[in-house]
Design a protein around this ligand. Structure first.
Ligand SMILES: C[S@@+](CC[C@H](N)C(=O)[O-])C[C@H]1O[C@@H](n2cnc3c(N)ncnc32)[C@H](O)[C@@H]1O
Length: 379
């Protein structure tokens, strides 16, 4: 089936049918009903976000004192509002109140043809979402995380990540990004590219397809996924360097000298950075880029309430669903605010060059390029 979508425009057209978003909006609303969320809220009448958290804590035993679980529940609140299951009375943001919409209609199930299409093209994404949503109720009540990256919780975590990360949508985003990055960097003989948080090597594959001459330095904070990345790198024919220096992860300096790389790919790693460390992580990436070099990131932005950045409701719902589901993975911090990302990039002296389009599905908010100025500013 994937062969049918070699052309990116066809792929984008497929993603713009919002199959996953439609199917999983229905699924997550049903989950919220079955887990008791909707009836706990019905009992609360009109409630604030704080009242919502208290209702879930007292009514359902959700552990709302825990930061990761509280955040996950708040993502669900935004999802329920966006999907029309809750109505918000938008007074001032801090005093926003909500009420359950009686008899709100569920989105229609996908047609047989759409379901077949989703299962054949996006199964590796939906299988992951299914497992995460299945864990959601238990996790919110205090059960352990489902997946992590160091393999301490599950023996086959590497394979599970690999299948999920290799889904059609992410591959398309990486391919789009690799092309956008190349277009942003003046041609030089050398192509030193860092793949930060390389995971199981899907980024290596995307880079080597768009830049067969690249020398890719692949870095991650754990070796657990390395065997899969090594195999993928070997079959793609990419020239990859695997630094022996240990990197302990976000919050620690990158083990490279200044201005070492022409480009940095940072795909699907951003939502694992804690807010307080985020600026330092990007400052480090900037340090190791040469002047004129470019950082390309794949990371959804969290839908803004004002709907200035993300207007399309299916895109918004899709981001909420993803954020909610992946919250059951250890280390997940959630998608970051779009304005904050742009402000941070500017503070650091990057030139944001985000190829934003109006209704391009996830490419609206998920693909970022930031350029380090030719004449590097101080800091
Ligand atoms: C969702 S995977 C993305 C992997 C890969 N870049 C891709 O696009 O397929 C997230 C990556 O972030 C890394 N990661 C998670 N938490 C991290 C941390 N605290 N410090 C550094 N890297 C981390 C993981 O090892 C993993 O490679």
């Amino acid at each position: 089936m994937l062969e049918c979508f070699k052309d990116m425009r066809e792929g984008i057209a497929l993603l713009k049918r919002f199959l996953v978003q439609r199917a999983y909006t229905r699924k997550l609303i049903l989950w919220a009903q079955e887990d008791g969320v909707i009836s706990a809220l019905e009992k609360s009448g009109v409630f604030t976000a704080q009242g919502y958290l208290s209702a879930l804590e007292t009514g359902l035993g959700y552990k709302m004192q825990d930061e990761a679980r509280r955040r996950m529940a708040l993502v669900l609140l935004d999802f329920l509002e966006e999907s029309g299951r809750l109505k918000a009375m938008p007074s001032r943001e801090a005093m926003r109140t909500y009420a359950v919409v009686p008899d709100a209609r569920l989105p229609e199930p996908l047609s047989f043809t759409d379901m077949e299409m989703m299962e054949s093209v996006l199964e590796s994404k939906t299988a992951f979402l299914d497992r995460c949503i299945e864990r959601a109720g238990g996790f919110l009540r205090g059960k352990d995380y489902l997946y992590d990256f160091d393999g301490s919780r599950m023996v086959d975590a590497g394979e599970a990540w690999d299948r999920f990360l290799g889904n059609y949508e992410f591959n398309l985003a990486r391919e789009f990004l690799a092309k956008a990055m190349s277009a942003d960097v003046a041609d030089t003989a050398r192509r030193e590219i860092m793949d930060l948080c390389c995971g199981t090597g899907h980024g290596i594959e995307a880079i080597s397809r768009s830049r067969p001459d690249a020398v890719i330095t692949a870095l991650d904070f754990t070796d657990t996924l390395r065997p899969i990345a090594l195999a993928r790198a070997a079959s793609s024919g990419a020239r990859v360097l695997w630094p022996s220096a240990v990197w302990k992860g976000f919050g620690h300096g990158l083990p490279f000298e200044d201005s070492r790389f022409d480009m940095a790919l940072f795909s699907c790693g951003d939502p694992y950075i804690r807010q307080e460390e985020r600026e330092a992580v990007y400052a480090e990436i900037k340090r190791v880029l040469r002047p004129g070099g470019v950082l390309g990131a794949v990371a959804w932005g969290y839908p803004d309430k004002q709907r200035r950045h993300i207007r399309n409701s299916w895109v918004r719902l899709g981001v909420y669903i993803h954020d909610f589901a992946e919250s059951v993975c250890a280390g997940w911090q959630g998608f970051h605010d779009i304005d904050e990302t742009v402000r941070m990039a500017r503070r650091l002296g990057f030139i944001p060059a985000n190829p934003f389009f109006d209704d391009f599905y996830m490419l609206d908010t998920a693909v970022w390029t930031f350029k380090k100025p030719e004449a590097a500013r101080r800091g």
